[in-house]
Each structure stands twice: as structure tokens, then as C-alpha cells.
Design a protein around this ligand. Structure first.
Ligand SMILES: NC(=O)c1ccc[n+]([C@@H]2O[C@H](COP(=O)([O-])OP(=O)(O)OC[C@H]3O[C@@H](n4cnc5c(N)ncnc54)[C@H](OP(=O)(O)O)[C@@H]3O)[C@@H](O)[C@H]2O)c1
Length: 256
């Protein structure tokens, strides 16, 4: 029998680290857990906390084509069954688009869009009936967000992409779920330093919501947005034209 594995990107911090702990603690049916991020010591620390589990820390910068090739080669060599894929690494910067650092724009696009897409291309052939994937999107994808233009647009791509491949994969029993959360206290979004509109919105309970997201993805859900507040926002953005929505989603007030 092939090795059953879980792959988690962005495993060194924030949401990905909590997902990693949950998978390591609660999914004994997975033989090996592959943790991907750039900070080696963080991945090794996580592996050391679960000495009874087989953990493979993979130090990869997913914005580099060479990292994707390295993962492709590893998969081809090991021929595992990917039971769980948590496609989660992401990058966010805000601000007036025309003043944004070009490098930040490129990183959002290459990590949130290109790497997320290519990771699917590399892993889906190794997934089988009963496998599931969580793709981390965001409530930022529900309406255009002035002063978060690139990030919110990157998550629209994620939302559409996840829904489309979900339909393709459903036929063979592989579930692809979009996790579209609101505020989470992570390195990306520190409540102590957050400003403007975002700082006023509720923060999610990461422990609770990662468990729920895993259970929902395993049970075949298509999308999960935690909390009535963000669920209501999702419904409202379906009813209100984007031309109106941008008057409310504009983050200009929070900018320095
Ligand atoms: N925090 C929020 O409020 C929020 C809300 C909605 C959605 N999200 C989404 O949730 C996901 C996780 O975000 P988070 O808040 O947990 O962010 P975070 O705390 O900044 O963690 C990001 C993770 O991605 C990894 N990463 C970043 N750049 C990478 C690269 N080039 N190659 C490989 N790994 C890379 C980081 O590890 P290294 O630095 O070690 O590489 C880290 O493990 C993202 O997709 C984000 O867009 C976040």
C-alpha cells in the first residue's frame, strides 16, 4: 500500500501552523505529514512536538519555480496518496495600488495565485477517493476592496478556481473546499497593530475554526466561512452591486 500523506503549506506560522498541529494530533490514518514553508527551524520545532509522527519538513519558497519542481520530483519519487492537502500559504499587503512596492504585488500574485494553482496541479494526480483539500481564500474575495486591490483580487481567483476544480474532482470522490475566513490573529494580521476598518471586525477562534474546517472538508463541504457576521457579509455582497459595495469596503480610512 502507498504511503498516505498530508501536505500543508504555510505550516510555520498562523493558520497553517494550527492546521498542522490538528492534522498531526487528530489524523493517525495519515502516515506522513509534509510541512512546507521557508523557515526551517519553525518546521523542525513543530515536528519535534510530535515525536510519534513521521513529519517531513520541506523548506521551500513557493514563489520560486525551482521549489515547485523540487516538490514535483519528490512526489514522483515517493508516489504517495495525498489524503489531505491544505493549500494555505498566502501573502497580504494593503495600500494605494499605484504606490505599492512592485515586489509586494508580485509576491501576492506568485504565492496566492501561481503557487496555489501549481500546487493543485502537482498534488491532485496523487489524490484519490476520500482525499480532501482545503484551499485558504478569504472574505476579501466577496467584493472588490479599494486599498487591498491586489490581495482581494487574488482571493477572487482562488474562490473561482476552487469552485471549478471542486466540480471536476467531485466525480472521483475528491473534495475541494474553499475556506474563506475573516480576521485571524496571525503574523499577517496582528490585532495589536491592525488599523482602520479591519481592526474593528471580529477575530476568529483559530483552534475552533481549524477543527471545523477540517471536519467540513472531510464531509464534502464546498465552502466554509465562519461566524454569522462574515456569513451575512457573504450574502449581502451577492445582493449588492459591486459599484455600491466598494463604497463600504474601501479601506482608505485605515491607511497611514
Ligand atoms: N490572517 C487573516 O486575517 C486572514 C484572513 C483571511 C484569509 N487569510 C489567509 O490565510 C492564509 C494563511 O495566512 P496567515 O494569516 O496564517 O499568515 P501568516 O501568519 O503570515 O503565515 C503565512 C504562512 O505562509 C508561509 N509563506 C509565506 N510566504 C511563503 C513563500 N514564499 N513560500 C512558502 N511559504 C510561505 C509563511 O512561512 P515562512 O515565512 O516560514 O515561509 C507562513 O507559514 C493565507 O492564505 C491568507 O491569505 C488570512
Amino acid at each position: 500500500m502507498t504511503n498516505q500523506i498530508a501536505i500543508i503549506t504555510g505550516a510555520s506560522a498562523g493558520l497553517g501552523r494550527v492546521f498542522s498541529r490538528k492534522v498531526l494530533a487528530n489524523y493517525p490514518q495519515v502516515d506522513e505529514v509534509w510541512l512546507i514553508a521557508r523557515r526551517k527551524e519553525r518546521l523542525e520545532e513543530l515536528a519535534a512536538a510530535f515525536p510519534q509522527r513521521v513529519v517531513r519538513p520541506l523548506v521551500l519558497d513557493l514563489t520560486q519555480a525551482s521549489s515547485l519542481s523540487a516538490l514535483e520530483e519528490l512526489l514522483a519519487r515517493e508516489q504517495p496518496t495525498v489524503k489531505i492537502l491544505i493549500n494555505n500559504a498566502g501573502f497580504e499587503r494593503e495600500g494605494l495600488f499605484r504606490a505599492m512596492k512592485p515586489g509586494a504585488i508580485q509576491t501576492i500574485i506568485s504565492l496566492n495565485i501561481t503557487a496555489m494553482t501549481m500546487l493543485n496541479r502537482l498534488c491532485l494526480p496523487y489524490m484519490a477517493a476520500g482525499s480532501f483539500e482545503i484551499i485558504t481564500g478569504s472574505v476579501s474575495s466577496f467584493a472588490p476592496i479599494p486599498y487591498q486591490a491586489v490581495y482581494s483580487a487574488s482571493k477572487v481567483y482562488t474562490r473561482f478556481f476552487a469552485r471549478a476544480i471542486r466540480e471536476e474532482e467531485r466525480e472521483r470522490g475528491v473534495n475541494v473546499m474553499l475556506f474563506a475566513p475573516g480576521n485571524m490573529a496571525t503574523e499577517m494580521n496582528n490585532p495589536a497593530t491592525a488599523r482602520g476598518t479591519i481592526a474593528k471586525l471580529p477575530y476568529l477562534d483559530l483552534e475552533k475554526e481549524t477543527s471545523r474546517a477540517l471536519a467540513k472538508a472531510a464531509a464534502g463541504a464546498a465552502i466554509y466561512t465562519p461566524l454569522a457576521f462574515y456569513k451575512t457579509y457573504r450574502v449581502l455582497t451577492k445582493l449588492v452591486p459591486n459599484a455600491w459595495a466598494v463604497k463600504f469596503t474601501n479601506l482608505k480610512k485605515g491607511q497611514a
